[in-house]
Design a protein around this ligand. Structure first.
Ligand code: MLT
Length: 227
């Protein structure tokens, strides 16, 4: 049975516990919806990516004409950087608080973000590099250009950026620049170019499943030699 939405740490959110015995049960997916979505939107995607993973799914706090978002923008693709910085910190604090409340392993949180949700996940990776074990960034842009190179955190997040080759909102150079920035922040970032627009396809699902399967396993499993 799915959990109802809860309120905590300034966010409305949904939490689905891990499913024992199912693939990815050691992970928690931090699900971050696109503009106009809510805390329910990406739960089916998260389940399809890793059926056993717990899902922590907040709703963006900003409303744009009634559409929830994770931070304000001035217009399409032009972000309110002060708001982005503050909202990113608030999201990081929410994750910390929710981890304590729900007994989530802080070292096994993987963000799955779409569009605006991918952008705030990228911002979190640049501001708090050690806060995520990995991330699937679906149709992400560069959220902001850091003034100084971000200091790599203690963990090395494994990140896949899935960019749409025909995406009218996100030019390919944005995804390439984001991969470079994330690498400079200590992430292992891979850019996948998908023959698609802004909307997701089966190929995105397959790319995400491969990432989640890689991140699932015992401590250090992802670095173990492959046979
Ligand atoms: C953003 O505002 O984060 C991007 O333009 C993507 C979107 O339309 O949500």
């Amino acid at each position: 049975m799915s959990a109802p939405a809860a309120e905590a740490f300034g966010f409305t959110y949904r939490f689905e516990p891990a499913v024992a015995g199912a693939q990815g049960e050691d992970l928690t997916i931090l699900a971050l919806h696109g503009t106009g979505g809510d805390e329910h939107d990406l739960v089916p995607l998260a389940r399809a990516l890793a059926p056993g993973a717990a899902v922590l799914s907040p709703r963006g706090q900003v409303l744009e004409g009634g559409a929830p978002r994770f931070f304000r923008r001035l217009r399409e693709g032009v972000f309110d950087l002060a708001d982005l910085a503050a909202r990113t910190e608030a999201l990081g604090d929410f994750v910390d608080g929710a981890a304590d409340r729900h007994g989530i392993d802080r070292g096994r949180i993987v963000a799955v973000g779409f569009s605006n949700g991918a952008n705030v996940a990228a911002s979190l990776l640049l501001r708090r590099p050690g806060s995520l074990a990995g991330a699937l960034l679906l149709r992400a842009m560069v959220p902001f250009e850091p003034e100084t190179p971000p200091a790599p955190g203690a963990v090395r997040p494994v990140v896949t950026i899935a960019a749409g080759l025909m995406d009218p909102l996100v030019p390919r150079e944005q995804a390439e620049r984001l991969a470079t920035l994330l690498r400079s922040a200590g992430a292992e970032a891979t850019l996948e170019l998908v023959p698609a627009g802004h909307q997701l396809t089966q190929r995105d699902l397959a790319i995400g499943q491969a990432l989640l399967a890689r991140l699932s396993g015992g401590p250090g499993a992802r670095d173990a030699p492959r046979r």
